[in-house]
Design a protein around this ligand. Structure first.
Ligand code: ZN
Length: 647
């Protein structure tokens, strides 16, 4: 029952031609991947050095030097290679593949005879390895290595990187476990859990699944491993004096006893993704129930309207239910990406659109906000409200930047965006034996074998700016299968036809299920009304009382100073605003803007000398308001921004 009935299509079966996503994919291919390669090699003057490739060269004894950068620096090259692998699938590129092959040669050259591969310890002394699993990220690097190696193997059929990753996984399994003489440890930063299941799916070797399952089951068992590890190796736990303690690592209690999303948000959603994978691969209903419970806690109590997660900078973490401050927010790009990983796995088990709805929300808002429209700068933190002066002068908002940054010393987010966007087709469509599921409305050509027959689909859409999606079937012979179309949660009215006629269908878990004998040229037409919608938050969200967020389809909108002047806190929407929706092709690479007559609290009769006075009612001045998509903010210079607007 929990076995995944769905699988992704290979990215070479999906040629995306859609004006929205193709643009992002080409940005990743033409700018982000080459730029990141330069960054990994420390050839970008204005950015903080990465030292990533240099560390591998030192570890491989190709040059002298010390380890530099963050302890998890190795993971950056793995994430880059993963993005490269996806890109090669839909756009073969010999030169890029050669660079990747050479990088893999370098990685392999740094690998130790017993399979160990983490440059921090190779350079600083192998006798210290596996002595600080809590904070030193050896297993995090393993996870990213495995994910990249699996992707590269699928893209090129070349085994070298896969074998390197298998050897490191085997080395880890040799040293970690509950058996006598082994270290009963697990990752301080999760990701290996889901990666090892992906490895198992490629190799079919139970030992890879077993290692993932061990990491899940051992986490949080008494005596707490991280406490024991601290005592034994004299490590310090930074979080012991905080409310999070070991739950910062989701390791304060066994995962099956956890009911809420807690601690570091990226680690959390990576863990939950791994739990969903293991639950599915081992048919573990109890573990799956935990995933469901935690999912509900996130999306019903701890998620921003943008699909972002992580309310506090302290620990880059979840804080508590309904605590969703907009201006001191964390909302790391990687955390929204991790939520998409979790959503996808839950969908693959359940075929329920409640997961793919969130996937879409996070993608269009919390994730792509993380990258500038030219693909050259990135946000780590994605605020929903910004006053640039506060970012500079308020110590508690110093983590919030009013403009995307070139590169970070801790560069987790940019390569994460790259690997997600270059594999977006795999999220859009998934298949079972006899059905294709359309999760995201992405235009292009898709090939899928269903019921043993080859099928082609041609999808045309101007989504997210228009709600019409046209799917043309291009078959050699008649073919019987199910086409399942997600009817998004935001959509209240839609029309669905096949060849102009309303077909017989039913909606199951948010998907319109079209069972049909399909002929060449058959055309499915989905027309979704896409009105502007005002969204309010549960009253327990203190920050959003008396305010609304403006959405159209899956896109969250915001007000920016450049269009609406400063002091955005003075702005009000009218009670029933009427919006003018205009597609502006030359603005922000083409967006639908929303304009409406609003109002602004009058500053007249205040004078600069008066801070307080007896209340005398409010007076407003009319003001035309312009909303732009949130993801595109601060691409036109620094200024104030807000998602939530008073009404
Ligand atoms: Zn990040």
């Amino acid at each position: 029952m929990l076995e995944k009935k769905l699988h992704s299509l290979s990215l070479n079966q999906i040629q995306i031609e859609d004006m929205f996503w193709k643009e992002y994919m080409e940005l990743v291919r033409n700018h982000v991947i080459p730029y990141q390669w330069e960054a990994l090699n420390d050839r970008i003057k204005e950015a903080e050095p990465s030292y990533c490739i240099q560390n591998f060269r030192v570890a491989a004894k190709l040059e002298e030097g010390s380890f530099q950068g963050m302890v998890f620096q190795d993971s950056d090259v793995y994430k880059w290679l993963e993005a490269v692998a996806y890109s090669l699938m839909w756009h073969p590129d010999e030169k890029l593949e050669q660079t990747a092959d050479e990088t893999i040669d370098l990685i392999a050259a740094a690998q130790q005879p017993d399979g160990y591969l983490d440059t921090y310890y190779i350079i600083n002394g192998l006798e210290k390895r596996f002595t600080n699993l809590m904070d030193h990220h050896e297993l995090y690097c393993l996870g990213h290595m495995v994910e990249a190696a699996v992707a590269y193997y699928k893209a090129t059929g070349k085994r070298k990187f896969l074998d390197v990753a298998i050897a490191y996984a085997d080395c880890v399994a040799e040293h970690l476990g509950t058996e006598d003489g082994k270290i009963p440890g697990y990752p301080g930063h999760e990701v290996a859990e889901m990666a090892l299941v992906a490895l198992y799916e490629v190799t079919g070797e139970e030992r890879h699944l077993n290692l993932a399952k061990y990491f899940i089951d051992q986490r949080g068992q008494e005596p707490l491993f991280f406490n024991e590890e601290c005592k034994k190796n004299d490590n310090k736990c930074f979080w012991d004096d905080t409310y999070m303690q070991k739950q910062y690592y989701q390791a304060g209690k066994p995962v099956r006893e956890q009911e809420k999303a807690e601690g570091h948000a990226v680690r959390a959603v990576y863990l939950y993704s791994g739990m969903a994978e293991v639950a599915s691969a081992t048919e573990d209903a109890e573990l799956f129930k935990v995933c469901e419970k935690i999912w509900d806690n996130i999306v019903k109590k701890q998620m921003y309207v943008t699909g972002a997660i992580g309310a506090t900078e302290h620990g880059e973490a979840f804080s508590f239910d309904y605590d969703l401050p907009n201006d001191t927010v964390y909302a790391e790009t990687c955390a929204a990406i991790g939520l998409i990983f979790f959503a996808r796995r839950m969908f693959e088990i359940t075929k329920d659109s409640k997961y793919t709805d969130i996937m879409e929300r996070a993608l269009f808002n919390g994730v792509i906000s993380g990258m500038s429209l030219d693909g050259k700068s990135f946000f780590y933190v994605n605020p929903l409200e910004v006053n640039p002066e506060a970012c500079e002068k308020d110590y508690f908002k110093r983590h919030v930047k009013p403009v995307r940054q070139k590169w970070f010393g801790c560069a987790c987010c940019p390569p994460n965006v790259a690997r997600l966007l270059s594999s977006i087709g795999g999220y859009a469509f998934e298949c079972s034996e006899d059905a294709i599921y359309m999760n995201l409305f992405v235009g292009g050509q898709i090939e899928a074998a269903l019921n043993g027959k080859k099928n082609r689909f041609h999808v045309e859409t101007q989504y997210p700016w228009e709600g019409t999606v046209k799917i043309k079937v291009e078959n050699q012979e008649d073919s019987s299968f199910t086409y399942a179309v997600r009817i998004p949660g935001w959509c209240q009215n839609y029309e669905l036809t096949i060849n102009g006629v309303k077909p017989e269908y039913y909606v199951e878990k948010g998907y319109a299920i079209l069972n049909h004998v399909w002929k060449n040229g058959d055309e499915i037409l989905l027309k979704m009304d896409m009105p502007v919608t005002l969204v309010e938050a549960n009253p327990r969200v203190r920050e959003d009382i008396g305010k609304v967020a403006v959405m159209r389809g899956p896109v969250v909108y915001c007000l920016e100073e450049i269009d609406n002047q400063d002091q955005l806190q003075e702005i009000y929407l009218e009670e029933n605003p009427v919006f003018t929706e205009t597609f502006e092709k030359d603005l922000l690479k083409g967006v639908v803007t929303l304009k409406t007559q609003g109002k602004r609290l009058s500053e007249k009769n205040w004078g600069e000398e008066t801070l307080y006075r007896p209340y005398r009612g409010r007076t407003y001045e009319k003001q035309e308001l312009t909303f732009i998509p949130y993801y595109a903010w601060t691409n036109r210079g620094i200024g104030e921004m807000t998602v939530w607007v008073r009404i």
